[in-house]
Design a protein around this ligand. Structure first.
Ligand code: ZN
Length: 150
């Protein structure tokens, strides 16, 4: 690199110093560095490639499902009944009862003389011989038979 800048063919030349390599350059040859905008650096060798992490994050796509309808539970209005043998405690009215083997849950309606009536979506899904657990009261009984009522 020569000490002098060639000024041939240029009518107006301003001289500047590159902020990175400290070389004397034509002023219009220096460009702002994209990663460090305060620096004016050589346009051919000293300028950095723009770091894409400095760009604004891209906008996220809209992934919401179009035309959503509210989820409505399938409700069977029939009342079912279980004959059972009480083992421990007594069921509370309105509590959830759970079939321990079948994992069936239902809402207890009445409990009279060894017969439970209940509301449940799936209908007759307790198993004969399984333990029916009252989830609030902790009462247990064994299902002897079940049948549908109206
Ligand atoms: Zn430079």
């Amino acid at each position: 690199m020569s000490l002098w800048l060639r000024t041939e063919g240029r009518t107006c030349v301003a001289v500047a110093i590159c902020d990175r390599c400290k070389m004397k350059r034509y002023s219009d040859f220096l460009v702002p560095d994209p990663n460090t905008p305060g620096l004016r650096v050589c346009g051919d060798t000293c300028v950095d490639v723009l770091d894409p992490w400095r760009l604004a994050p891209r906008t996220t796509e809209d992934i919401t499902v179009k035309g959503v309808r509210p989820e409505v539970a399938l409700i069977n209005s029939r009342v079912y009944a279980i004959n059972y043998s009480p083992k421990a405690g007594s069921y509370a009215l309105g509590e959830n009862i759970l079939g321990v083997n079948s994992r069936t849950q239902a809402v207890l309606q009445t409990d009279v003389a060894g017969v439970i009536t209940y509301l449940e979506d799936g209908g007759l899904s307790f198993q004969v011989g399984e333990i029916i657990l009252g989830l609030t009261s902790g009462a247990t009984g064994i299902c002897n038979s079940q049948y549908g009522q109206n």
